[in-house]
Design a protein. Structure first.
Length: 202
């Protein structure tokens, strides 16, 4: 027979599961909503709240979340402009995005110090920080451009059979699609010695 402790444990677990589900929904929504405009809003909102409540912890959390989801959206926006979707990101693309996010987060403490210094001036207004905050906001379009450069030179190539007779190797490769550098690394290409037909059929 269940005991009160059993019910309490089950209740806590259910609450924890619901919290995790809610966080996944929030994270998905945060990631999906970022555009250049909403990224700007996120940066300014973090600064405005800090100007009012002075909470360093809340400021860091807001900035880190804005950077993580905002710059991920920026990278994906740049990728989409050259017809690449996130599912096609290779490890070097993922590493670049991670380094961009980590680098931006590493400067949050500097922005906090700047805002603190500004706040020490009784005549200062948050608008006095506009030039500094705009530099942060411009990072979105910069990351869009970085993604275009990173992904724009990559091509997805499909192995296509011609009208000639084909060997078993070529038949198995038919319609396989891979990145150009993946084909290069494999060493498999038309007229390759790795093919059963060596690129031609007697």
């Amino acid at each position: 027979m269940p005991t009160p402790d059993t019910f309490e444990t089950a209740h806590k677990q259910m609450a924890l599961d619901n919290l995790r589900k809610a966080m996944r929904v929030v994270n998905s929504a945060m990631k999906a909503m970022y555009t250049e405009a909403t990224y700007r809003e996120g940066i300014y909102a973090a600064a405005e709240r800090y100007w009012k409540d002075g909470s360093r912890g809340n400021f860091n959390s807001r900035m880190n979340m804005t950077i993580k989801f905002g710059l991920t959206s920026a990278f994906e926006t740049g990728a989409a402009s050259v017809n690449v979707v996130p599912a096609d990101f290779q490890q070097d693309d993922k590493d670049l995005l991670a380094s961009i996010i980590d680098e931006e987060k590493s400067h949050v403490a500097d922005l906090l110090t700047f805002l603190d210094g500004l706040a020490n001036d009784r005549n200062a207004k948050l608008s006095d920080a506009d030039y500094r905050l705009n530099m942060w906001c411009n990072r979105f379009s910069d990351v869009v451009s970085q993604a275009r450069v990173q992904l724009g030179g990559k091509q997805r190539l499909q192995w296509t059979l011609g009208d000639a007779e084909h060997c078993d190797t070529c038949m198995k490769l038919s319609k396989i699609v891979a990145w150009g550098n993946e084909w290069d690394q494999s060493g498999i290409k038309p007229q390759s010695r790795l093919l059963e037909c060596h690129g031609y059929k007697d």
